[in-house]
Design a protein around this ligand. Structure first.
Ligand SMILES: Nc1nc2c(ncn2[C@@H]2O[C@H](COP(=O)(O)O)[C@@H](O)[C@H]2O)c(=O)[nH]1
Ligand SMILES: [Mn+2]
Length: 474
C-alpha cells in the first residue's frame, strides 16, 4: 500500500502541515520494508517525528517574564535630549517585553547604554536554554574592543602610523594581509566558515565603517600610549549571520507557534519571525556554535594584526594587550547568554573596554558580575537618537582631539553629541546599578573612523560636505 496525504487527513484525521510530506516519505519507506502498517503504527511514526527538535511545538508565554532594567528613564540633564531618552526607554522596554515571551528565554537585562535597534535593543542581554537566536547577536558578529599599550608617550607618531596601516571602508586593502595558518585551518574545519573563506581573506586587517574606530590615547595610570580598536567580523560574520537566520527560520517554520510565522511587526522594527532560533542540541546548532567560535578567533586576530602593523611601523615595545567582545553569545552552564552591545564581566573577563565617544576617555572596566546585569556591563554610551535626527541638530566638532576620516570626508553622524552623556552612563554603571568599576581611563588624543564615502550611493551623487581630515584646535 502507498500512503498518501488524503489517507492521513481523511482516515486518520490530521490537518495538513509542513511536516506531512516528510512523514509520508518515512511511512512509505518503512512500509516498503515491513509491508502494510496499522493505523496505530502510522500514528506512532508521526508522533515521533513531531517530537524531534525540527518539529517540536513550543508556545510563547502569554505574558513576558520579568527582566532587569539597569536604565534610568532620563539619563540626561540636557532638556533637548530628554524627549529622545524617554522615547528610547519606552522602546527598549517594549522590545525586551516581546523577547521575554519566547519559550527559550529564561532571563533578560538592559544596560544603562540601551537604545532601540530592531529585534533586540543595543545594551540588551538575553539568556536562552538550548537555543541560539542569531538576531540577538546581530549581523555584526563579535563586534569587539581591543587595546594595546606601547612603551611610548608619542601619541602623534602612533596616530600617524595607524592612519597609514589600518584600512576602513567597503574596499579591500591595497596589499592584503595573510591570515595566521592556525586560523586558516580552523576556517577550513567548519563547512559554514569554509564556504566564506573568500570573505575571511578579503577583509582581514580591515575595520569596516559606521562607528568602528581606531582610537589613540594615553593611560591615566601609566602615561603610555594605547591603541584601541572597535570593529566586528566584517563580511565573514555578516554572511554567517545570514546563514544562521535561514537555518533558524527553517526550524521556526515547524516549531514555532502562529505568531512567529506571522510577518506582521510586533513593534517598530520588531518581527516575531526574526526571533527564530537554532536548537543547540541539533547538528545545525553544533555547527553554527562552532562557526561562531571561529569567527571570534578571526576577529581577535583582525584587531591584533592592525595593532601589530603599528608596532612594526614604529618598532615599539608592547607593554599590554587585551580585548573583549560585546556582540556575541556566551555559554555559561546550560544557558546561552546573547549580548547585543553588552560587555562580559564574569570569569575570563577581568579587564574590559567601554568606549563613550571620540572626545571622552575609553574606560578600562572590571565587571562586578552583578545578578541584575546577568554578569554584564554596558558596552558604550549608546545613541541618543537616530543618525538623521542628530545630523539635523548641528553636531559640533570636538576640541582638542585629532579627528581623522579614512575617506577624507567626516561622517558627522558620529560626532560626540550623537551619544548619551558619558558621565551619566558611567554613573549609572558604577553607582546606581553597580555593574562594574573603572580601573583606568585612556585619555583621548585622536581617532580615525571610516568617514563618509566620496560617493553617496543613495542620491547617486558625489557628496558636497567638505573634507575634514584634521581638527585640532590647539
Ligand atoms: N571612543 C569612541 N567611542 C565611540 C565612538 N563612536 C561610538 N563610540 C561608542 O562606542 C559604542 C559602541 O557602539 P556599537 O556600534 O558597538 O553599538 C557606542 O555606544 C559609543 O558610546 C568613537 O568614535 N570613539
Ligand atoms: Mn560594537
Amino acid at each position: 500500500m502507498f500512503y498518501t496525504k488524503s489517507y492521513l487527513i481523511r482516515q486518520l484525521g490530521y490537518t495538513y502541515d509542513r511536516w506531512m510530506p516528510i512523514a509520508l516519505e518515512q511511512i512509505n519507506a518503512i512500509a516498503a520494508e515491513e509491508g502494510e502498517l496499522s493505523d496505530e503504527r502510522v500514528r506512532n511514526i508521526i508522533t515521533q517525528l513531531l517530537d524531534s527538535p525540527k518539529f517540536r511545538k513550543s508556545a510563547w508565554r502569554d505574558a513576558p517574564s520579568p527582566f532587569y532594567i539597569n536604565l534610568e528613564r532620563q539619563a540626561s540633564t540636557d532638556d533637548a535630549d530628554s524627549h529622545y531618552l524617554a522615547d528610547n526607554y519606552q522602546q527598549v522596554v517594549t522590545v525586551m517585553s516581546h523577547l521575554m515571551r519566547l519559550p527559550t528565554v529564561e532571563a533578560g537585562a538592559v544596560m544603562p547604554d540601551a537604545c532601540p535597534a530592531g529585534t533586540i535593543c543595543v545594551g540588551g542581554v538575553v539568556a536562552a536554554r538550548n537555543a541560539i537566536h542569531p538576531a540577538f547577536h546581530s549581523a555584526d558578529v563579535c563586534c569587539s574592543m581591543s587595546l594595546t599599550e606601547f612603551d611610548t608617550e608619542d601619541a602623534a607618531a602612533v596616530l600617524d602610523a595607524a592612519m597609514k596601516v589600518t584600512h576602513f571602508g567597503p574596499t579591500a586593502r591595497p596589499e592584503p594581509q595573510p591570515m595566521p595558518d592556525e586560523l586558516v585551518a580552523r576556517l577550513e574545519s567548519n563547512p559554514l566558515t569554509r564556504s566564506l573563506m573568500g570573505n575571511a581573506v578579503r577583509d582581514f586587517a580591515t575595520q569596516g565603517d559606521g562607528n568602528h574606530f581606531l582610537f589613540v590615547g594615553t593611560s591615566r595610570k601609566t602615561g603610555k600610549v594605547c591603541v584601541v580598536t572597535h570593529h566586528g567580523s566584517r563580511s565573514l560574520g555578516a554572511k554567517l549571520y545570514k546563514q544562521g537566520m535561514a537555518t533558524a527560520r527553517s526550524f521556526a517554520t515547524h516549531i514555532a507557534p502562529d505568531d512567529v510565522r506571522d510577518r506582521r511587526p510586533l513593534a517598530r522594527g520588531v518581527n516575531a519571525g526574526d526571533m527564530a532560533w537554532i536548537p543547540f542540541d541539533t547538528p545545525e546548532g553544533q555547527q553554527y556554535w562552532d562557526a561562531l567560535q571561529i569567527v571570534r578567533q578571526w576577529t581577535y586576530e583582525n584587531h591584533k594584526r592592525i595593532h601589530d602593523l603599528i608596532q612594526q611601523a614604529l618598532g615599539l615595545e608592547v607593554l599590554d594587550h587585551f580585548w573583549n567582545e560585546h556582540n556575541f553569545v556566551f555559554k555559561r552552564g546550560d544557558l546561552f547568554y546573547h549580548a547585543k552591545g553588552a560587555t562580559p564581566g564574569f570569569e575570563g573577563y577581568e579587564r574590559t573596554l567601554v568606549p563613550m565617544n571620540m572626545a571622552e576617555p575609553v574606560l578600562v572596566t572590571r565587571g562586578t558580575g552583578a545578578e541584575n546585569g546577568l554578569g554584564f556591563l554596558p558596552h558604550g554610551a549608546g545613541r541618543n537618537m537616530s543618525r538623521s535626527e542628530f545630523q539635523r541638530r548641528y553636531p559640533q566638532l570636538p576640541q582638542h582631539v585629532d579627528v581623522r576620516s579614512f575617506s577624507g570626508t567626516l561622517d558627522t553622524s558620529e560626532l560626540p553629541q550623537a551619544y548619551k552623556n558619558a558621565a551619566e552612563v558611567k554613573r549609572q554603571m558604577v553607582e546606581t546599578y553597580k555593574l562594574a568599576e573603572v580601573i583606568d581611563e585612556i585619555l583621548p588624543y585622536g581617532s580615525i573612523m571610516a568617514g563618509e564615502p566620496e560617493f553617496d550611493f543613495r542620491s547617486r551623487r558625489k557628496r558636497r560636505t567638505p573634507a575634514t581630515r584634521h581638527i585640532d584646535s590647539e
